[in-house]
Ligand binder design. Structure first.
Ligand SMILES: [Zn+2]
Length: 387
C-alpha cells in the first residue's frame, strides 16, 4: 500500500508541462459562464469574432434556440470554442445552425478536438446537402434542403475542449451562425443554463434587475446572520420611458410562471419594533433557528411543478383568491409590493419597500454556491431581452 501511495505522489509531483512550441490558443474573447443552474463549474467559450454583443458566443450555449452566435462578416474561417477547463466524458454533440437576417449561413462545419495543442478534425458535416423525398415510391422530389440539426456521435470521448470550425468559403454571405450547441453524456444533456428557467416572467412589470450586489443571492445579511437567497427588486419603468420608478405598496407582483400556490400568508401579523429587534439579535447568534415570524414578512410561494419553486416576500397584500392550493397563470397578479417583515413596517413607516423574489431549483436557491458575479450573469440570462 505504501509503495502505491508513493508512486501516486511522484506522478502528481511531475505534472506534465505544456510542450515547448505548442501554439497558444486565441483566448482574446474567452469568457466564462456558469455551467448548470446550481453548479460552480464554469464553462469558457471563445469565438473567432462576433457580429455584436447580442450575438456573442454565449448565445450558442444558452439553451435558447431562438438566439444565435453570429460571426462578423468575412470569408472565414470562423469558429466557436467551448472549453470546460477540465476533462468531461462526452458521447454526443448536437449542433443547431443559426441564421443571420433570417438566412441560413453555414454550408459545412467541422467538429474539432485538441490533440497536443493542435486542433484536429473529428468529423465534417455538410448542411446544404441535396436530398430526395420519396412518397410511397410513386414519385421523388429532389430539393435543396438544409439541415436544421446536426447530431455527431462521439462514441465516448474525454476531452476538456472542442471547437465548431467553419472553413473559409463555407458560408452563405460571409456570416457564420450557430443557434445552439448541446453536449450529451449518455442520455443526459449537460445543460449550460437550465432551460426550465427560460421564459420565466419578471415578477414586476417592466422591473429592473438591481444594480447592487447586495440585492442578489449570496450577499451577506448582517441583521439576521447568513446570506441573502433571493433577488431584491426596487424599481420599474413605464412603457414609454426607462426612467426608474420606485415600487410602492400599489405595485402588483406577478407569478413568474404558471403553477400551484403552496403558501399564502393570510394570517400574517407585523412585529412591533421591540419584537423585531429582539428577533434580529437572536437570529444573528442563531442564524439557522426557525423563526415563527420570518423577516420575509407576508409571503406567497408557487410550485411550478418541474422542480422550480418561486417565493415572493415582504408583500403588503395578497390578491383575493390566492391561497394554498389555488392555480395561477404566468403573469397573474398575486399580490402587491411592501415592506412586511422589515423594520420599516414594524415602525409603521414606508422605507424598505421592495419585492424579495426567490427562485428555487431542485431544492436549492438559484445562485447557491456561485460567486455573485456569476449569479448576476445567471439572472440576466433569465430576464434580459426577454418578454
Ligand atoms: Zn431580499
Amino acid at each position: 500500500m505504501l509503495k502505491i501511495a508513493c508512486a501516486a505522489l511522484l506522478i502528481v509531483a511531475s505534472a506534465p508541462k505544456r510542450p515547448a512550441g505548442v501554439p497558444t490558443r486565441n483566448l482574446v474573447q474567452k469568457e466564462s459562464v456558469i455551467f448548470g443552474a446550481n453548479s460552480i463549474q464554469r464553462l469558457y467559450f471563445a469565438t473567432s469574432s462576433s457580429y455584436s454583443r447580442n450575438h456573442d458566443g454565449k448565445k450558442a450555449i444558452d439553451s435558447d434556440r431562438e438566439s444565435a452566435w453570429v460571426s462578423q462578416q468575412g470569408n472565414g474561417p470562423h469558429w466557436i470554442e467551448i472549453d470546460f477547463d477540465t476533462k468531461r466524458l462526452m458521447t454526443k454533440v448536437v449542433i443547431y445552425p443559426g441564421r443571420h437576417d433570417n438566412y441560413k449561413t453555414v454550408k459545412s462545419l467541422k467538429l474539432q478536438f485538441l490533440y497536443e495543442g493542435n486542433w484536429f478534425d473529428f468529423s465534417t458535416v455538410r448542411l446544404d446537402e441535396q436530398q430526395t423525398v420519396s412518397c410511397l415510391d410513386l414519385f421523388s422530389i429532389p430539393w435543396g434542403s438544409y439541415r436544421d440539426k446536426v447530431e455527431i456521435d462521439l462514441g465516448g470521448i474525454d476531452a476538456s475542449a472542442f471547437r465548431i470550425y467553419i472553413p473559409a468559403g463555407e458560408t452563405f454571405g460571409g456570416y457564420a451562425a450557430i443557434a445552439e450547441i448541446e453536449l450529451y453524456m449518455g442520455a443526459t444533456k449537460l445543460q449550460y443554463f437550465d432551460d426550465r428557467l427560460l421564459g420565466l416572467c419578471f415578477p414586476v412589470k417592466n422591473g429592473f434587475l438591481p444594480d447592487a450586489d447586495s440585492a442578489y443571492p449570496n450577499s451577506p445579511r448582517g441583521y439576521r446572520g447568513g446570506v441573502h437567497v433571493g433577488l431584491d427588486v426596487f424599481a420599474y419603468h413605464n412603457d414609454d420611458s426607462y426612467t426608474p420608478i420606485a415600487v410602492t405598496r400599489k405595485t402588483p407582483i406577478l407569478a413568474a410562471d404558471r403553477g400551484t400556490v403552496i403558501r399564502a400568508d393570510w394570517d400574517y401579523k407585523p412585529m412591533t419594533p421591540e419584537e423585531w429587534k429582539n428577533q434580529s439579535a437572536f437570529y444573528q447568534k442563531h442564524p439557522r433557528t426557525f423563526v415563527k415570524r420570518s423577516f420575509g414578512g407576508r409571503q406567497v410561494w408557487i410550485d411550478h411543478g418541474n422542480g422550480v419553486v418561486t417565493a415572493y416576500n415582504h408583500l403588503s397584500g395578497i390578491k383575493s383568491g390566492i391561497k394554498k392550493g389555488s392555480s395561477v397563470g404566468k403573469g397573474d397578479v398575486i399580490g402587491w409590493c411592501g415592506n412586511s417583515g422589515l423594520m420599516g413596517e414594524a415602525e409603521g413607516k414606508n422605507y424598505g419597500i421592495h419585492l424579495h423574489f426567490e427562485i428555487w431549483v431542485d431544492g436549492r436557491y438559484l445562485g447557491y454556491g456561485m460567486d455573485i458575479k456569476d449569479v448576476r450573469k445567471y439572472f440576466s440570462w433569465i430576464f434580459s431581452n426577454r418578454p
